[in-house]
Design a protein. Structure first.
Ligand code: BG6
Length: 488
């Protein structure tokens, strides 16, 4: 491997994120021979548990959350790395135990897979145990705060002990193969690089749809809502990658500087324009994929008076030279018909139609970047209908140039986002992690919208589970003679 052996300390190792995503991803890295031979994995949690029981628990989770049978050899190598320490993360004294399990002369990566409210406690405990030095890297999970002010508090608590160069803030969308491919697509292909601005592009749509509901996370979700849970991070990160200027290099700060400029250029949405530029929705009962599902307010543990949004659509505008007059429509929601995420670039129409009546105006070329599932890139083009006609007219049809990742790269399994990101932390590359100023800028934009919603006292519009959101989200585009891209 291209990195030194490390001690990987997983705070909150028995929690949901570690069980579902982090441990299975580490296991996959082991399987792909990407974990350095000397690397250890030290699980930390409050429960009293023997190393043997911990290994058993980890194995069960890997079996449950990877959709393949466990490989004996891989598991043997992996289990030999596992270690467990019982620590009450709120008690600074307890962290001394960590010293017996890590070697401070090696690089230590500490993943805080815990609620952000205890990030400060973990930092203080590590400090008390004297395990912090400039080689330690910390990985922070979202949500970092629920608004600008609270995110500053959390970032400050961590900054007291760690320099920004040591902090890796996760947005797992940045580890998705297809999201990364946005950089390759834009900057390695001159056909896109030279057409990527207001001269050629009419508008952009970014949709992240999910068919699932709240999945037993009502408490967390109801405090957050779709805006904080998805728009503040995943959608704004995708938007930044689509809209940013070419970075000088692929190093962390070159990319992050460019993303930050986009976030700074987002036109503010506030009480004066929120009704015209945003739609928020909440699902009521309906049918998703033929199955009847309850409404948001009827989910287990629901507060029946909640006005939390489960759907958001926004017309975002970027006030800079490249994007003047090009709207970016964002849409994300729970209990929509499918799980599909895509970026669709609508190019401008041709100025003049040579082809007669079959198209009063020629349709737009579209570049569809399918982020998930069925990952791929597709371009809609106009093509002559092949063959001879007695009238001599030239008839056109819409056709697709289609790159399907599963067909083109069928040998390769698409790695989970967390596999990619965990590997990048171990290598020590911050390019795919969010810098503090990006997070704070994203909160500034989102807070203003949320404040305007709160001030309006309007409840969210309802939509039936299994539909594409409130009718007003269709109107958001229709009044500008546009419509949402219909995925397959
Ligand atoms: C998480 C959100 O960050 O992303 C969840 O908290 C959401 O609410 C999830 O379901 C979606 O991620 P993915 O990778 O399944 O698209």
């Amino acid at each position: 491997t291209g990195y030194e052996p490390i001690d990987f300390v997983l705070f909150g190792t028995l929690g949901d994120l570690a069980r579902r995503k982090l441990l299975p991803s580490l296991y996959q890295l082991e399987k792909a021979n990407l974990l350095n031979g000397g690397t250890t994995i030290v699980g930390v949690a409050r429960q009293d548990m023997s190393e043997k029981d911990y290994a058993k628990e980890v194995k069960e989770n890997i079996e449950k959350f990877t959709s393949e049978a466990i490989c004996k050899d891989t598991w043997k190598r992996f289990s030999e790395r596992l270690d467990y320490v019982q620590i009450d993360m709120k008690n600074p004294e307890d962290y001394k135990k960590l010293c017996e399990h890590v070697d401070v002369s090696r690089t230590m990566v500490c993943y805080f897979a815990t609620p952000p409210s205890i990030y400060g406690d973990i930092c203080q405990g590590m400090d008390a145990a004297k395990v912090i030095d400039p080689s330690v890297r910390v990985v922070l999970e979202k949500p970092i705060g629920h608004d600008l002010a609270s995110s500053k508090v959390i970032n400050e608590q961590v900054a007291e002990f760690f320099d920004e160069k040591q902090i890796y803030r996760i947005d797992h969308y940045l580890g998705k193969e297809t999201v990364l491919n946005l950089i390759a697509l834009r900057f390695a292909n001159s056909i896109f690089a030279t057409n990527w601005d207001h001269n050629c592009i009419d508008h952009v749509q970014i949709s992240v749809a999910e068919s699932v509901g709240i999945e037993g996370r009502w408490g967390y979700f109801d405090d957050a809502g779709q805006m904080r849970d998805m728009v503040q991070n995943h959608l704004l990160q995708i938007l930044s990658l689509v809209a940013m200027e070419p970075p000088t290099t692929l190093d962390a700060d070159s990319i992050r500087d460019e993303k930050l400029k986009v976030l700074k250029a987002l036109r503010p949405i506030n009480a004066s324009n929120v009704a015209e530029k945003t739609v928020r929705g909440q699902y009521v009962s309906g049918f998703v994929r033929g199955e009847e599902v309850p409404g948001y307010l009827d989910e287990p543990d629901a507060n029946e008076k909640s006005t939390t949004e489960t759907f958001v659509a926004i017309k975002a505008e970027i006030d800079n030279w490249r994007w003047a007059g090009v709207p970016f429509y964002l849409r994300t929601g729970k209990r929509l018909p499918n799980k599909t995420s895509e970026v669709v670039i609508y190019f401008k129409r041709q100025p003049h139609n040579l082809f007669g009546d079959s198209f009063a105006t020629l349709p737009q070329n579209k570049l569809v970047i399918r982020l998930q599932p069925d990952e791929g890139v597709e371009i809609t083009v106009m093509n002559k209908v092949p063959g001879l006609t007695s009238s001599g007219s030239m008839d056109l049809q819409k056709s697709k140039l289609n790159l399907s990742f599963s067909e083109a790269f069928s040998e390769d399994r698409i790695a989970d986002a967390y596999e990619k990101l965990l590997l990048e932390v171990m290598i020590g590359n911050q390019a795919l992690f969010v810098r503090r100023d990006e997070i704070e800028q994203a909160w500034t934009w989102v807070d203003s919208i949320r404040a305007a919603w709160d001030a309006s006292n309007e409840p969210p519009a309802t939509y039936q589970a299994g539909t594409w959101g409130p009718v007003s989200s269709i109107a958001l585009l229709a009044r500008e003679e546009r419509s949402w891209y219909e995925s397959k």
